[in-house]
Write a protein that binds this ligand. Structure first.
Ligand code: GRF
Length: 212
């Protein structure tokens, strides 16, 4: 499997993917921001990088066309959004239908969008977490591949909660990509996914409430 990773900033999820020993050829890391810290990390890990700067394009359609051209140069089987902070046009999403995934720092369908940790605290939820899902035109709404839950503590701040969730992001993102590379993720007509394989169920169960 060939994959490209799209980032906008720090790139810790990207790093977790690159260091996980996955059966995946990471052809390129692409950022929409030239100053994204993750670009340097990718270079240090020997992965080619590219920048498609959204500020160089007057509108979303132009930016998405430039981004698609860069992605397609690498002929990826999988496009991985790892902290990629741009809303994509419907045409772009359809172009990569069934082969583009995203990580979201909440237990979808709860808390799509931004500021998920502060919103989870404000809502008083006792469980929070993260989700890896296929990307569909509706933001943060595509078929769920894997989730991890963490407890919310009484003294949590958005920062402490974010850190607890991020540790789980770094576990489940490589896991999801591994399942995809192994051809174990079936996307069903009803908009859900099924992960096959002997250990699929056990892995799912283990992620419902990790002790952390
Ligand atoms: C992560 O929390 C991710 O879920 C969200 O943005 C953050 C990116 O962090 N979409 P990093 O760049 O992977 O370190």
């Amino acid at each position: 499997m060939r994959a490209v990773i799209l980032i906008s900033g720090r790139g810790s999820n990207m790093q977790a993917l690159l260091e996980a020993g996955l059966p995946v050829e990471f052809a390129c890391v692409i950022s929409n921001r030239p100053d994204a810290a993750g670009l340097r990390v990718a270079t240090e890990l020997g992965v080619p990088v590219a920048v498609v700067d959204h500020r160089q394009h007057p509108d979303r359609v132009g930016f998405d066309a430039a981004l698609a051209a860069e992605i397609d140069r690498h002929r990826p089987d999988l496009v991985i959004l790892a902290g990629f902070m741009r809303v994509l046009t419907e045409d772009f999403v359809r172009r990569y239908a069934r082969r583009m995934i995203n990580i979201h720092p909440a237990l979808l369908p709860a808390f799509p969008g931004l500021d998920t940790h502060a919103r989870a605290l404000a809502a008083g939820v006792r469980l929070h977490g993260c989700t890896v899902h296929f990307v569909t035109p509706e933001v943060d709404a595509g078929p769920i591949i894997v989730q991890a839950a963490v407890p919310v503590r009484a003294d949590d701040t958005p920062q402490t909660l974010a850190a607890r969730v991020l540790r789980q992001e770094h576990r489940i993102f490589p896991l999801a990509v591994r399942w995809l590379a192994e051809g174990r993720v079936q996307l069903r007509e009803d908009g859900t996914t099924l992960v096959s394989g002997a250990d699929g169920d056990a892995e799912h169960r283990a992620l419902v409430s990790p002790a952390d």
